[in-house]
Design a protein around this ligand. Structure first.
Ligand SMILES: [Zn+2]
Ligand SMILES: [Zn+2]
Length: 326
């Protein structure tokens, strides 16, 4: 079975309780080794608990978020198009809207303060159509969301992040249904097309990976938004596809196996974490946080995380995000 389809990725759908228990034990470990991260851990405690609940609810019933046959999904993959891109999306807005508003509240308490409260007020006042916002986030149309935020005079990065936190669980459930269905083997055409996926961006949603997971047994990239896992193309840069001669490696401690790969071509870095097994989607932010020392070191060396890949723009939102109530 290909690494990208390892059923361990969602660990036989563990219960809310076991995932939350696992999260708390990781936070305790991180808090001990990296006490400066206490405020970030406090913020994650609300966000991750909400994500766990949302995935559980979304995974039990309701119409499919995206309707695509395995052969259609495989055709898109073979054409280099992430399967969720440009599809008609049926988001359960009633379930996701509270996640959006509560994410604003958490970000306000977690350090963004009045900046996040103003975003929440803007949403409460109906100045942004929630369905449109969530659908645009699902489609990874950052330009439209940032443009809308600027138009409304609110913080673009907070609006983008709150929408991403709210809609990520839906993107995860949608990609899982297509690429890694619960209790069923993926269609052979999808397996073949995923195996041949040559890109560094996510085959489901088109985002860059949050990090890569080692060891080689389950070596895969993990999407920062929808949690999909896929096999890296080769030893070159994940982002700009420069060859291996442009890529070097960096460790916080020579004795550790965690490392960051740095690309001199595009100036971006990617973390590779030596984890015992595939991380459940809901816990990806925790491993990202736990490896903060690698981010700090890579940034100190002058490297950064890249902005979203430009895949030629979404098909359904050619201009700016539209508020139909205006
Ligand atoms: Zn993705
Ligand atoms: Zn590069």
């Amino acid at each position: 079975m290909p690494a990208a389809l390892d059923p361990g990725t969602h660990l036989s759908t563990p219960t809310d309780g076991s995932l939350l228990d696992r999260a708390h034990s990781r936070w305790a470990e991180i808090g001990l080794s990296l006490p400066d991260l206490a405020p970030a851990i406090a913020l994650q405690e609300s966000l991750v608990a909400r994500t766990i609940l949302a995935v559980d609810r979304l995974g039990h019933g309701g119409p499919p978020i995206v309707n695509l046959t395995p052969d259609q999904a495989a055709d898109k993959l073979r054409a280099g198009t992430p399967v969720l891109r440009g599809e008609r999306v049926a988001l359960p807005v009633a379930l996701l809207e509270p996640l959006l508003l509560e994410a604003c509240d958490d970000l306000a308490v977690g350090g963004a303060g009045d900046v996040a409260r103003r975003v929440r007020s803007c949403l409460d006042e109906g100045r942004i159509n929630i369905n449109s916002l969530l659908t645009t986030s699902f489609d990874r149309n950052q330009t439209a969301i940032l443009g809308k935020a600027v138009h409304e005079g609110i913080a673009p990065d907070v609006l983008w992040l709150a929408a991403e936190l709210a809609v990520g669980p839906a993107a995860h459930v949608a990609q899982r249904g297509l690429l890694d269905p619960d209790g069923a083997a993926p269609h052979s055409s999808v397996i073949g097309a995923l195996e041949a996926w040559p890109h560094g961006y996510c085959p489901a949603c088109g985002s860059w990976p949050a990090f890569g997971e080692d060891p080689d047994r389950s070596r895969q990239l993990r999407c920062s938004f929808c949690g999909a896992g896929w096999r890296p193309r080769d030893l070159g840069c994940t982002y700009c596809e420069d060859g291996p001669d442009h890529v070097t490696s960096l460790k916080t401690d020579p004795g550790l196996t965690h490392r960051a790969t740095l690309c001199s071509g595009c100036g971006a870095y990617l973390k590779w974490l030596d984890l015992a097994g595939p991380t459940p989607f809901e816990l990806l932010p925790i491993e990202d946080l736990a490896s903060t020392p690698l981010d700090v070191l890579a940034v100190k060396e002058g490297f950064g995380r890249p902005s979203l890949p430009d895949l030629g723009g979404p098909e359904r939102f050619p201009c700016q995000m539209v508020d139909p109530r205006r």
